[in-house]
Design a protein around this ligand. Sequence first.
Ligand code: FAD
Length: 306
Amino acid sequence: PDRAPAAPARRRPALSYELFPARSDVSFERLRTTIAALEQTAPDYVSVTSKTGQGNLDRVLEVTEHLLDATTLRPLVHLTSIGSTRAELAAIVGALLDRGVRGVLALRGDQPEGHRLDDDEVPFARPLVELIRAVERERTAALAGGRLSVGVAAYPHRHPESPTAQHDLEVLMAKERAGADFAITQVFFDPSAYETFVERARTAGIGLPIVPGFVPATNPRRLARLAELSGVQAPRELLHSLENARDDAERHRIGVAHTAGLAARVLDAGAPGLHLFTFNRHVEALDVLDALDLDRWSAPTAGDLR
Ligand code: FAD
């Protein structure tokens, strides 16, 4: 009998979310609800932020263990080097590996004002990647043939402490050479900033996937805080529309449409996926996904290319 050929299996762009650990038992309950809602979209991984100096390590482990034990999700645990000794960092990586974590985002962390680096501190993300890979090598038996995926941060608008855009590329290249598998970007609001950054990275010989990071731009106060922390300003027209919106529902519509439009532009330009900084709120993130319809960018799986 005539049979239509099976539709080729298709792979959508990578999808991931960032969460921050709960600050109390009550907020942990809310976080579990958010995680359950995000799980419905089958993300590739869920990242868990951490404070510098192990300030909230217990809470980081709490949500990480929840992800591992009570969900189908894979955690990507942020590890910041500032404020911890090499031995402390190695112990955390070892404990994460033993616990079954297979993804770490290696970061320096923001230097507290007036912070003086200790001799035993790891000063940058690049040597942290090296330290993580060294611990991984010591634990090959525990990994049982598995492998740790190591991500790093990248800055389409330049890191605030970086002297030049070229220096940022050199830093990213060094992180790749040290063993990073992929990068996630800081927020940006101008799609051409991401596109130019990726083009310049490729010209420089950087090969790792550079996953764009997005904040659902629904809350002008959050955007102002983000600008303080990252130096990346949201466009004036967007802020103006959000500030003059009638109510939260209108702000939500404006922000979701803006974020989905930005993500669509960079996916059109070939971005390998998207990473949503959720601020532990699932409704905005899910509405951005709905507005985007990621399947539009699905690519045939490698198997289909035979
Ligand atoms: P690095 O890559 O080490 O760079 C830091 C600065 O040092 C840059 O200006 C770089 O140009 C410069 N530099 C690097 N190497 C050298 C060198 N050899 N010589 C001279 N200069 C050098 N922060 C948190 O505290 N917790 C989090 O969970 C967290 N998650 C994040 C997630 C993402 C996706 C991003 C983009 C950022 C995140 N941050 C987080 C913020 C991050 O820690 C800060 O941006 C920090 O200031 C830099 O971290 P980095 O890993 O990029 O550092």
